[in-house]
Design a binder for this molecule. Sequence first.
Ligand code: ADP
Ligand code: MG
Length: 559
Amino acid sequence: MATGKINVSVENIFPLIKKFLYSDHEIFLRELISNATDATIKMKHLSTIGETDVEYGNPTIEVKIDEENKTLHIIDQGIGMSREEVEKYINEVAFSGAEEFLEKYKDSAKDTGIIGHFGLGFYSSFMVANKVEILTKSYKDEPAAHWICEGTTDFTIEEGEKKDRGTEIILHINEEDKQFLKEERIRELLVKYNKFMQIPIKFGTKEETLPLPEDAPEDAKPETITVDNIINNPNPAWTKQPTELEDKDYKNFYRELYPMQFEDPLFHIHLNVDYPFNLTGILYFPKMGQDMNIQKDKIQLYQNQVYVTDNVEGIVPEFLTMLRGVIDSPDIPLNVSRSYLQADGAVKKISSYITRKVADKLKSLFNNNREDFEKKWNDIKIVIEYGMLSEDKFYEKADKFALYPTVDKKYYIFDELLEKIKDTQTDKDGNTVILYASNEDTQHSFVEAAKDKGYEVLLLDSPIISHLIQKLESSKENISFVRVDSDHVDNLIKKEDDKISKLSEEELEKLKTDFEKVVPKEKYSVQLEAMDSTAAPLIITQPEFMRRMKEMQQTGGGG
Ligand code: ADP
Ligand code: MG
C-alpha cells in the first residue's frame, strides 16, 4: 500500500476562484472597498494604541472611473503594504491579513469592525478585470511597491512611485464588463453595498448651495461650491446605543433605509447583544393591515456595516420576514450558502434571540400603553398571529398580549375573554363556547341575537385566523370556537329559551321540509331557531366543520 498527498496548486485553484467563488460578479467592488476599509481601520487602531506616531487624520476611500483608459480605481489612505507584504498577503491565495491582524491584536482589536476573513476577497477583482495593478506604500518608512497581474499565476512586482501612504487598486475592466465603467452603475453598487460602511467613501463631486447670511441683501445670489460627494453614512443608527437615540432618530433612519417608504413605521426594536454571539440591528413594524403579501425580504443583513443580502430566510424566523430594518452580525459570514446558514448553530441562536426580543417588545408595548397597542392591533396582528401559529416559543409569550376584538370594539386577551364568558357561554358538554363573526357578518341578525343574550361575539377577520383557532382549540382545554351563525349556536341559545315560534308543530315541520327541498342538503342544514326577533323565524345554517373545510381550501393549507 502506498500513501500520497494530493497536490493542490494555485494554477488549478485560480480559474476556479474566478469562476465559482462568487455567483454575483458585482460584489468585487464590495470586496475591494472592504479591504480599503480594513486597511484604514488598521491604521486608526495602530495609531490609537500608540504603536506608531503616524497621524491618522481624516482618511477617505476614493472610487474613480477612468473611462478613457477603461480602468476603475479604488484608493485608500490605510496602512499600505511593503513589497514583502504584497508578496505575503496578495500572492498567497487564502491567506488573510485581516485574520492575522485580529490574531495579533486580539483583545484591543476585536471590536474594531475589521471585515476580512478568508483571504479570498481580493481575487474577486479578476471576475471583472483582465489586469489588476496594486500601487501601495506602507505607513512604515519603506519604498512603495507596484504589483501587476494579468489573471494568471504570473505577476510582476517592482518598486513603485507612490508618494502618499495607502493603496490604489487599478482594475483594467474586461470588455464584457464595461458596465462597471459607467457612473450610474458604480453609484448603484456603492449605495447598495457600502451605504453604511465605517470609512467615508468619495465618488465624484457635487454642487452644494451655501445658505445666505441673515443680513444678505434681497438680490443676493446664494453661492454654490463644489464638494466631495460622500456616498455613505459611517455612523448608522444601529451602531449607536439605544440611549443615544430618540424616536425621531429611529424614524429618520427608517427613511434612510427605505427612501421610497412614506409612511412612518409603527414602532422599532433595537437589537443589541454581544454574548453568546454578536448582533446589533433595528427592526421596524410597518403598517400591515390585512395584507399578507406585504413585500418580504425587506430586512437587510450586514456584516460589520457591509451589506450582505436582503434575503434573511433562515436567519430571521419566517413570520418576522414581514418586518423591515437591519441586522448586523460579524458572526454571519459574508459568503456562504443558504443550506449552510440554516444548519449553523450560531445562526439558530440568532433566530431565537430575535424572536424573543420581538415578543418582549410587544409585551412591553402592551403593558405600558394598552390603549395604543389596541389601536395598532389591526396593523400588527398578521405578524403576531402568524408567529403564534408557526413558533411555539412565540405562541407562549404572545398568548399574554394577543388581542381578540369583539364586534363591539372591545379588546380581550384570551384569558380575560375566558374569564368574562366562562359562566354564560357554555355548551351542553360544559365547554366554553367562543362565538365569532367575520366582518361581513356584523350586520347579520345572528350577531344581534347573540348580543341580546349578553354574549360576547369576537370579530375575527384576519386571513389566517381560522388556522389560529384550530391551534387555540387544541392547546387550551374545554373551549370551542363557534361561528355565530353555525349550527352549534342553537344549543347555546336554546338553553335559555325554548319557545321556538308561534306556529304549531305541524306548521313548523311543513315549513322545514319545504325549505329543505330548495336548500342543498350537503352544504346546509335547516333549523328552526328560537330567536326573539320577529324578522327571522327560521334560519339556514352551515355546520362548523363544513365551513372550516371550505376556509382551509381557500387559504390553501391545514392548521
Ligand atoms: P481578507 O480581506 O479576507 O483578509 P483579501 O483577499 O480580501 O482577504 O485580502 C488579502 C490581504 O491583502 C488582506 O488581508 C490585506 O492584508 C491585504 N490587502 C488587500 N487590500 C489591501 C489594501 N487596500 N491595503 C492594505 N492591505 C490590503
Ligand atoms: Mg478582503
